[in-house]
Write a protein that binds this ligand. Structure first.
Ligand code: NAP
Ligand code: HSE
Length: 443
């Protein structure tokens, strides 16, 4: 008998068998929710389900979760090659081997739920295609914004709109760090250690603090919103490691909060996609999103402005999104309606970063002597950069003093050219930081 012959089709099984890959922060959260809310989830999904295998790196590792250790395995084939398992939930993280496992699961006709933004950002288009060919589901709500529903709204609820803009705080770790720095004057590295202990941070801290995690999430959001495949390499990405207490204090002085934003905008000649620290007016809805909370601000041509807000990381919030996807798969499975969401790819070009226009905050250290300001102003002026506000702090005798500018809107290439000029002035000690300003002027 050939493999699979004489068996009931998988979708006709009474009890759906789920293979969980990963039992770390999110895996444990999913396990807890499925256990605690088993009855309601069962009623809502209309199908019984059971986790029959859990892939971990080290099955012998002590775990705080009460679990039947007989479920644990270090062999991925115990899930991928098990014909009885029809849903795979991938929560191990990183690109490899997670990508291989997801692809193998889809090719074996299994539905996949994942919270892995790195894999979806890098290989989402290919995986969506494989899922379509195989007639199975691939859901990834937990990959952006933790517990916030944002993938489904973009994929389904807002499908009648042309999305014009997405602006989001999509990394809980950096928002937690910036919030603690601005509210408590805490030091960057102490707060990063806190975020790691709380289970918010990625295994590799650079993924959070250098903005790569936010860039992955932006790729996922922008690809869906603009129906255009994007790659993380195309996203301009700058993290928060250069932000100092001085920047936060100057932002406060001018009426702004500092946030790491993931921004995607549709312009007449293409898409902008960028991640960078940003001065936002304190009265902007995103400016009061603090701690590990995330928020995604979306502008559609029909719906207008929307904001999605909630916990962007952590075991139960992210688990909530993953469980919702599992229920969607179970419902689709019950109705025989897999892969019911079509994805059309447009190919809108990406605008080069040098053509992106924003306002800027520039902090530099200069000698405090006659004529210095005029030289700086002339360097800005030579590249058509217009100054909106300026502040010199303190009076330096032998020490350079900080001088801060906020400019009117100008293209990146003009700003960079003016900074090059300023950097060569003998009276300028350094250009300490340059941060883009978005969201209008403070009231
Ligand atoms: P985590 O705490 O590091 O847990 C990873 C789990 O996967 C562990 O159980 C580990 O096994 C297992 N694992 C790792 N590599 C493996 C391998 N090669 N083979 C077999 N098992 C392996 O990770 P997490 O924070 O839960 O994140 C999981 C995924 O969710 C990631 O894609 C992450 O980006 C995403 N996510 C996380 C959050 C969050 O708040 N943490 C929020 C949204 C999305 P051991 O237990 O034996 O070490
Ligand atoms: N490290 C991520 C964050 C986890 O801090 O937002 C959620 O994706």
């Amino acid at each position: 008998m050939k493999k699979g012959e004489g068996k009931q089709p998988k979708d006709m099984d009474k009890q759906v068998k789920i293979g969980l890959m990963g039992l770390g922060t999110v895996g444990a959260g999913v396990y807890k929710i499925l256990k605690e809310n088993r009855q309601v989830i069962f009623e809502r999904a209309g199908t019984e389900f059971e986790i029959t295998k859990i892939l971990v790196r080290d099955p012998a590792k002590p775990r705080s979760l009460q679990i039947d250790t007989g479920l644990l395995t270090a062999n991925p084939d115990d899930i991928l090659a098990d014909d009885d398992i029809s849903v795979v939930v991938e929560l191990i993280g990183g690109i490899e081997p997670a990508y291989q496992y997801i692809e193998a699961a889809l090719k074996n006709g299994k539905h996949v739920v994942t919270a892995n933004k790195a894999v979806i950002a890098a290989h989402g288009a290919r995986l969506i295609e494989t899922a379509a060919q195989k007639g199975v589901d691939l859901y990834y709500e937990g990959s952006v914004g933790g517990g916030i529903p944002i993938i489904k709204p973009l994929r389904e609820s807002l499908v009648g709109n042309q999305i014009e803009e997405i602006m989001g705080i999509v990394n809980g770790t950096t928002n937690y760090i910036l919030t603690k720095m601005s509210q408590e004057g805490a030091a960057f590295h102490d707060v990063l250690v806190d975020a790691q202990k709380l289970g918010y941070a990625e295994a590799e801290p650079a993924d959070d603090i250098e903005g790569y995690d936010a860039a992955n999430k932006l790729v996922i959001l922008a690809s869906l919103a603009f129906q255009t495949p994007l790659s993380v390499r195309q996203v301009y990405c700058e993290g928060i490691t250069r932000i100092t207490p001085d920047d936060i204090a100057f932002a406060d002085h001018f009426g702004y909060a500092v946030k790491l934003l993931a921004i995607a905008k549709r312009r007449s000649d293409g898409i902008e996609a960028r991640v960078h620290p940003t001065f936002l007016p304190k009265d902007h809805p995103l400016a009061s999103v603090n701690g590990v909370f995330n928020a995604i601000f979306v502008k559609g041509d029909a719906v207008g402005e929307l904001m999605f807000y909630g916990r962007g990381a952590g075991d139960l919030p992210t688990g909530s999104a993953v469980v919702a996807d599992i229920v969607d798969v179970l419902r689709n499975r019950k109705r025989g309606a897999h892969h019911r969401v079509e994805t059309l790819w447009e190919n809108v070009p990406l605008r080069p970063m040098e053509d992106v226009a924003t306002r800027y905050y520039v902090r530099l250290h200069a000698q405090d002597k006659p004529g210095v300001l005029a030289q700086v102003a002339a360097s800005f002026g030579a590249e058509a950069v217009s100054i909106e506000s300026m502040l010199q702090q303190g009076r330096g005798k032998d020490q350079p003093v900080p001088i801060v500018f906020i400019t009117h809107e100008v293209k990146e290439k003009q700003m960079q050219a003016s900074l090059e000029r300023i950097g060569t002035l003998p009276s300028i000690k350094d250009i300490a930081n340059v941060i883009r300003v978005e969201g209008g002027r403070p009231l």
